[in-house]
Ligand binder design. Structure first.
Ligand code: DOR
Ligand code: ZN
Length: 424
């Protein structure tokens, strides 16, 4: 213990087993659990539910040419205010992150502006400098698009075995956006659901899992139905909040604000997805901000995507308050399992664990875009109950307190292929 004072004590924390203890924190890690050690600062937590903060393994932080939709600053503030302290950025930026140079400048961009810890995935295209990206610090590969989406072409499926084999050789994780797209132009939510239908999604998941699932560690992004979840075999399964909390029936026909890939499904399908809750490994937001004016375009032209990094935990915590899901399942699906899949140290309540926490009160509020921080400026969850964190701790320091942000350099989580240079 070497006698040095701690940075922070979280007092009166109710641990998952029900015991109440004080967490002493030093150098970004929990260093003692029990009675408090001498510390510079104490935060009383008796009135809060303390959760390990979330690792959102699927966000599109935009920036660069898309800075009008979002950038690292606004996107990561939105994350923090939603109880997320680590985000994993997807590579379908402009330009896509498919070379070492672009990867390096993306890391620099995040290092300059992010309020959260972050990781960046490597993009996969026909040229695929997989080794270069891996050694540069890519966290995982993908999302690999098995069908085209906003700002992403589909990877020709005949290339998939070779690419997954190489990802397997690196020991990396491949993350897949699995869909099948029929020809045609959708003019409303119903049409969008038909052209990217649920059986096509399940078939793609099943074919990939069966035929090439053995080639590397595989993770299916944002599956929208229980049958797609069941088709994933040994791969890990991610589901996004919009497929759990929204449906075609909750939308407004040809209004494109709820246009997203994979599409929202019918109410019955949404309910069945909740039935698969126990098989879902990860909840990640697929935070895909677009501006109001882009979403107000004709349905056929509007981009797909829904902002959601700030509302993910609040929606889940409200569902917990309504006794629909256990608290421990939220902790596992939003924090511990994504950490384990990516090789990021877990945040939690034992000595040595990462000291990233979100402190929740007990009363949900009604979600409204005015209170949110994304540059998108709108939310599909307007008026729905959300339990937002009141305080957030990152790397052992208070970084968010009742709407106020406190700056702290972000921590970059490099993937395990990262080759440290310039040591000598
Ligand atoms: O709806 C979507 N929007 N799905 C994706 O896979 C990409 C995303 C985006 O980047 O806008
Ligand atoms: Zn996707």
């Amino acid at each position: 213990m070497n006698g040095r004072r701690c940075d922070l004590v979280l007092s009166d924390v109710t641990l998952p087993q029900g015991r109440v203890a004080d967490l002493s924190i030093r150098d970004g890690l929990v260093c003692h659990v029990g009675s408090p050690l001498p510390a510079d600062r104490t935060l009383p937590c008796g009135d809060f539910r303390v959760l390990p903060a979330a690792v959102d393994m699927h966000v599109h932080m935009r920036g660069g040419a898309q800075g009008h939709k979002e950038d690292w600053e606004s996107g990561s503030m939105s994350a923090l205010a939603g109880g997320v302290t680590v985000v994993v950025d997807q590579p379908n930026t402009i330009p896509p992150i498919t070379s070492k140079e672009i990867f390096r400048s993306r890391i620099a961009e995040a290092q300059r502006a992010s309020w959260t810890g972050f990781a960046v995935n490597g993009g996969v295209d026909k040229k695929n400098d997989l080794l270069g990206l891996w050694q540069e610090g890519a966290m995982a590969f993908g999302e690999i698009f098995a069908a085209p989406s906003s700002y992403a072409d589909a990877l020709p499926l005949n290339l998939l075995p070779h690419i997954l084999h190489r990802i397997g050789e690196l020991g990396a994780l491949a993350t897949l956006h699995a869909e099948e797209v029929k020809p045609g132009v959708p003019s409303d939510l119903e049409g969008h659901d038909r052209l990217r239908d649920l059986s096509g999604e399940s078939r793609t998941v099943e074919d990939i899992a069966k035929e090439v699932g053995h080639l590397c560690r595989l993770h299916f992004c944002h599956l929208s139905t229980a049958s797609a979840v069941a088709a994933a075999g040994n791969a890990s399964v991610e589901v996004a909040p919009h497929h759990l909390f929204l449906s075609i029936e909750k939308g407004d026909g040809d209004n494109a604000f709820l246009k997203v890939n994979p599409p929202l499904r019918h109410e019955q399908v949404r309910k069945e997805l909740w039935e698969a809750w126990n098989r879902i490994d990860v909840i990640a937001s697929d935070h895909a901000p677009h501006t109001k004016s882009e979403k107000e375009k004709d349905f056929s032209e509007a981009p797909s995507g829904i902002p959601g990094v700030e509302t993910m935990l609040p929606l889940l915590m409200a569902a917990f308050r309504e006794r629909r899901i256990p608290l421990m399942s939220i902790i596992k699906k939003t924090s511990w399992t994504p950490s384990d899949l990516l090789g990021i140290p877990r945040a939690g309540f034992r000595p040595g664990m990462r000291a990233d926490f979100a402190l929740y009160g007990s009363e949900p509020t009604l979600i409204t875009a005015e209170d949110l921080h994304s540059r998108a400026g709108w939310t599909p969850y307007e008026g729905m109950p959300g339990l937002f964190p009141e305080r957030v701790i990152r790397d052992g320091a208070l970084v968010y307190d009742g709407g106020e942000f406190f700056s702290r350099p972000p921590r970059w989580y490099a993937g395990r292929g990262y080759q440290v240079r310039d040591l000598i």
